[in-house]
Design a protein around this ligand. Structure first.
Ligand code: R5P
Length: 289
């Protein structure tokens, strides 16, 4: 097995290789003056099982083209199999056509991966209406989760936790983590009006006395979901508010906005960021074994 870190996978690729005692190489990625991508493998590929590690954040479109170029180049250079490890896989949220004429970007993106790879491993995919990766990808697709790591972090760092899921979809993370810890949880209701405007509601009161609140969700993008949730929890008397997410996208300076609102943010390192305190390389390595 040869682990190859793509441009947005370097923070995890070498850690995964180290855990597996596998060989590791960085994909050479450059840009031409007109913005076209150049990629080259700096290692022998013939008869090898290649694992490309790429997390799809910031320049998402370039990240996609990069892995497509790399997978094709690996096949043409004689690789036996080419798999993709995606600590964060994008475009999973648009899983249906909400308005006439829209692209169902989830299936189109997955279709590209199907065409060029033999297998894909995705960490905590945001699956809503389809709950399984098999309905998304046609190739062998494996779902990995950081939930046990999140539960472990809470156990070691936060006393008397109560877990809050900010919306109906968050139960896969919030409730699952609460069950692992054997502690109380509550899932809130969210209405999204636009990317920057959400409203969060609590259905049933919750006693936060002597409890440390931990909001658990899969993604923080603009941070508005968490800011609105924190407002409600403060009205209920919560003092310190912690929030743990799997994928810290933190678009438009969201991490600073959340810090200013005095929310203690922790994320995993599926996407590198300043709040990344939970390392997922072990879970990925186990998934590849
Ligand atoms: C969506 O349902 C996800 O689980 C997150 O709650 C959402 O992506 C967060 O977005 P934002 O940080 O922009 O509110």
């Amino acid at each position: 097995m040869l682990i190859v870190s793509c441009s947005h996978g370097r923070h995890l690729g070498y850690l995964i290789a180290k855990r597996l005692k596998a060989r590791h190489s960085n994909l050479i990625v450059d840009k031409f003056p007109d913005d076209e991508l150049y990629i080259r493998f700096d290692c022998e590929l013939e008869n090898k099982d290649i694992i490309l590690v790429q997390s799809f954040y910031r320049n998402i479109s370039d990240c996609i083209i990069e892995v497509v170029f790399a997978a094709r180049a690996a096949q043409e250079s004689g690789a036996r199999r080419v798999a993709l490890v995606a600590p964060y896989f994008p475009y999973l949220r648009q899983d249906k056509r909400f308005r006439k004429g829209e692209a169902v970007s989830q299936l189109i993106t997955a279709g590209l991966i199907d065409k060029y790879f033999n297998a894909v491993y995705v960490m905590d995919p945001h699956l809503h209406r389809k709950n399984r990766l098999h309905g998304v990808f046609k190739i062998k697709a494996t779902k990995l989760t950081a939930n046990p790591l999140v539960a472990g972090y809470i156990k070691n760092h936060i006393k008397n936790p109560v877990i809050i899921g900010p919306d109906e979809e968050s139960y896969k993370w919030a409730r699952n983590v609460a069950d692992m810890l054997g502690v109380e949880s509550r899932i809130l209701k969210k209405k999204r009006y636009s990317s920057y405007h959400v409203q969060v509601k609590l259905n049933k009161k919750i006693d936060l006395k002597e409890k440390n609140v931990v909001i658990v969700d899969d993604i923080i993008s603009t941070g508005h979901t968490i800011l609105e949730t924190a407002k409600i929890l403060r009205k209920l008397g919560a003092k310190k508010i912690n929030c743990i997410c799997i994928h810290g996208i933190f678009a438009n300076d969201a991490l600073n906005k959340l810090k200013k609102a005095k929310i203690n943010i922790i994320s995993t390192n599926t996407i590198p960021n300043k709040a990344a305190k939970i390392d997922v390389s072990g879970v990925i390595a186990e998934g590849l074994e």
